[in-house]
Design a protein around this ligand. Structure first.
Ligand code: HEM
Length: 420
């Protein structure tokens, strides 16, 4: 992990611990009591455990009131929805310039995929909690190369202090899928971050690519996350994006005719020809296994060997709509695994227009200019018109008007007669 130096060192607690001084601590204590945005900023930093250790030392003995406990245990708050939306735009720009879609998807998956449904306590249960930002977890064998994804996202994290790492990783992954032509994933946000490296899961919770029995290994790992066979197959379809690099995972060729020129940093072996396009070609290609330049890991091949997996893989190979539907559900579920949400139910950052709700009255809409009538109003007019015997396409019959004129005439005569 020679790359954990230079630009990245500021991401990692070990490189910065000694820089935390007593004067910094005093300033931070003021920030905590005066501003919630400063609190959010500090809350999400990998430096947090060190900050608190110093802060605790500074405050112990200075007060016997409840003030200490309030300062030492600030309430974790959700990410800021507006900042999340802006961060999403920045991620889109990043994708356009660096073509890093695949590695952002892998980052989100590896943060969430440590979840163990048999452990109730957070964060011991693992999952989407931002723990993958810490060096100790980045150094796990399965995470080789993911420090590069963190390097790409850190400037966005620095810009939006009100966004947690846990949310940012999942936002980046879902945005990458969508921007690569994949389905829109109904995501929720508000994931709370773990605060220190001691809260990272132990190594070994993510799947191996070449275990002795791929099908039982996949079931062991994914069932532990609470996912089923359909979800295993659908999620594996994310390998339609990206490449494997021998210098990272040990799998794949150093380069192929599909990867030697990039885009992004050249090299590696992809599962599909167009490895920046999210579609169902992964299932077609691993079924056929005809192209030496395309990768098939043992855990990919088993999707067409195991009878239960095969049922879904066959379906996805011929029907992209079914794949997209199942992938969307499985991805949304994966992104929530193990997460602690604040607020508890999480929140969406997608504008959900007034679907199913009555239209709000806005005076300006009716006050000026010539406007198109609403469908409801058109229907009402049509009903009244038809009640009189006409239709909007066919004028009222002439004799109808004649009848009215006769009635009015008779009434006028009667009024005249009786009036006299
Ligand atoms: C089923 C078990 C899985 C195994 C054994 C596995 C294994 C691997 C391996 C060995 C690599 C190559 C890493 C490298 O050398 O850089 C890789 C890359 C990748 N994986 Fe998986 N993976 C699995 C499931 C998933 C899932 C569930 C997702 C997402 C939902 C995913 C998304 C990706 C992506 C997008 C890449 C490409 C990364 C890049 O190009 O930088 N994988 N995976």
């Amino acid at each position: 992990m020679a790359s954990l130096t230079g630009a990245t060192s500021h991401l990692l607690p070990s490189a910065t611990t000694s820089a935390t001084s007593a004067s910094t601590t005093a300033r931070l204590a003021i920030s905590f009591s005066s501003s919630s945005s400063s609190l959010k900023c500090i809350r999400s930093s990998p430096l947090l455990p060190h900050i608190f250790r110093y802060q605790k030392r500074a405050l112990i003995g200075t007060t016997s009131s409840g003030r200490f406990s309030t300062l030492a245990s600030p309430k974790c708050a959700a990410s800021d929805p507006d900042q999340l939306k802006s961060a999403r735009e920045d991620i889109k720009e990043l994708l356009k310039t660096t073509f890093c879609h695949p590695i952002l998807v892998r980052l989100g998956w590896h943060d969430a995929g440590t979840y163990n449904k048999n452990i109730e306590d957070w964060p011991q249960r693992g999952g989407a909690n931002g723990s993958l930002r810490f060096e100790v977890e980045l150094k796990h064998g399965a995470n080789a190369g993911l420090v590069n994804a963190l390097k790409l996202l850190q400037p966005i994290k620095d810009k939006y202090a009100g966004v947690t790492y846990a949310d940012l990783f999942q936002l980046a992954s879902a945005t990458a899928i969508e921007e690569a032509g994949g389905p829109k994933i109904p995501m929720k946000y508000g994931r709370v971050d773990v605060s220190g490296p001691e809260e990272c899961p132990e190594e070994g919770r993510l799947p191996d690519a070449g275990p002795p029995s791929p099908s039982s290994h996949l079931r062991d790992v994914f069932y532990r996350m609470g996912l089923n066979d359909k979800e295993i197959v659908a999620l594996s379809g994310a390998h339609t994006l990206g490449r494997s690099r021998p210098d990272r995972s040990g799998w794949g060729k150093p380069e192929t005719r599909y990867t030697k020129d990039g885009p992004g940093s050249p090299g590696g072996q992809s599962w599909t020809v167009q490895w920046l396009k999210f579609d169902n070609s992964y299932f077609k290609d691993i079924k056929e296994q005809r192209d030496e330049d395309l990768l098939v890991l043992p855990t990919d091949a088993v999707l067409f060997e195991d009878s239960s997996f095969k049922e879904y893989a066959e379906k996805y190979a011929v029907n992209q709509d079914v794949f997209f539907k199942d992938y969307t559900e499985a991805h949304a579920k994966l992104s929530n695994l193990g997460a602690k949400f604040d607020p508890l139910e999480g929140f969406s950052i997608d504008n959900n227009p007034t679907q199913g709700q009555p239209e709000k009255f806005v005076a300006a809409k009716y006050s000026t200019g010539k406007r198109e009538l609403s469908d409801a109003m058109k229907q009402k007019i049509r009903a009244e018109y038809e009640g009189l015997g006409g239709t909007p396409d066919k004028p009222l019959p002439t004799n109808y008007f004649l009848n009215i004129i006769i009635v009015i005439g008779v009434l006028a005569i009667l009024t005249y007669l009786f009036g006299n």
